[in-house]
Design a protein around this ligand. Structure first.
Ligand code: 8YV
Length: 315
């Protein structure tokens, strides 16, 4: 008999869902009109597939009494209650490594889009402003600029590597200096923001990084500075971000993630110096295929009684 698996959201390209359907008896929670009823019907489910942003809290685990294994389609662990999983002896797998390049590409795309006014320029053309004789104000070049990284793990380092062709100076802030990285360590985040033209948020989410990007950091980044976030919305205090942009204390922002997705602070929607994307940094067919395959491989390993391919660090 196929093991039962609860899936919280449709995953990746169609072959991933097809492979899940073939190997497991699925409870497709996103299609359920009545979530509680769907969870009640999944009382024998031993597996749960979730995403980095949806995660799995203790209440969801409690609602699945037979749950033994969680396979996360993502690298972020902040939305999964790992202590609750550990207490229940639930194994947790995730998808590190395979999305590093896709997410880094998106960060570079956001930097170039913001600095060269791609989105604003597109609106300018479509709305007929250009045809009406106006000229778009000048953008700026990323070449030879200083880029600060809040978090310098796999993704931050990949972004720095890509940006090295533009001759940037890379700085990073972490709780402690890292060995063998080609970037300058800054123990003070506000100090790093003050030296940076662009500040890229690429650290993990969760309580240890909540609201690290606050008014002081944004003011230090300054009226010509650009904030880019491809990590978690929780790292940025959105009220401070809105206030800094409104006051002209921060130049621009390019954001792929938000504190309460899919909600976006209303004030950001009308700002020309802000680019907003719907949490798509890992959203290419290639990356989602690789992530989905790792989700499947972790499930397969678990149900074959083997160690997970990529277990979450504390599970
Ligand atoms: C995706 C992510 O949003 O890896 C993560 O933690 O946030 C993203 O890659 C997502 O989990 C894909 O479904």
């Amino acid at each position: 008999m196929k093991p039962e698996v609860v899936v919280l959201s449709r995953l990746g390209p169609p072959p991933i869902m097809d492979a899940l359907e073939t190997a497991y008896r699925l409870h497709r929670l996103w299609e359920a009109g009545d979530r509680q009823k769907a969870l009640d019907a999944a009382s024998s489910a031993r597996g749960l597939v979730t995403t980095g942003s949806l995660g799995a809290d203790a209440a969801l685990m409690d609602a699945l009494p037979a749950l033994e294994m969680i396979s996360i389609n993502g690298v972020g662990l902040d939305a999964v209650d790992l202590p609750a999983a550990k207490a229940r002896g639930i194994s947790v797998g995730y998808t590190p490594g395979v999305l590093t390049e896709g997410v880094a590409d998106m960060a570079v795309a956001l930097i170039l889009a913001a600095s060269r006014k791609l989105v604003e320029g597109d609106r300018f053309v479509r709305e007929g402003t250009w045809a009406g004789g106006a000229k778009l104000s000048l953008g700026w070049s990323i070449r030879a600029k200083t880029v600060g990284f809040l978090g310098f793990g796999r993704i931050g380092r990949e972004i720095a590597k890509l940006l090295s062709v533009f001759g940037i100076t890379a700085l990073y802030h972490e709780p402690a200096p890292l060995e063998a990285v080609a970037a300058g360590y800054c123990d003070d985040l506000v100090g790093m923001a003050g030296e940076s033209d662009v500040l890229v948020v690429c650290c993990a989410g969760g309580s240890s990084t909540k609201d690290l990007i606050n008014a002081s950091v944004l003011t230090a980044l300054g009226p010509d500075g650009l904030l880019v976030n491809i990590a978690r919305g929780s790292v940025v205090c959105e009220a401070d971000l809105v206030a800094s942009l409104e006051a002209g204390q921060l130049g621009a922002a390019a954001l792929d993630v938000f504190a309460d997705e899919p909600k976006v602070p209303e004030a950001l929607l009308t700002m020309d110096n802000v680019i907003l994307t719907p949490h798509i940094a890992s959203g290419t067919t290639e990356t989602r295929m690789a992530m989905g395959q790792l989700v499947l491989a972790n499930l397969e390993a678990y149900f074959a009684g083997k160690p997970l391919i990529t277990p979450a660090p504390t599970s």
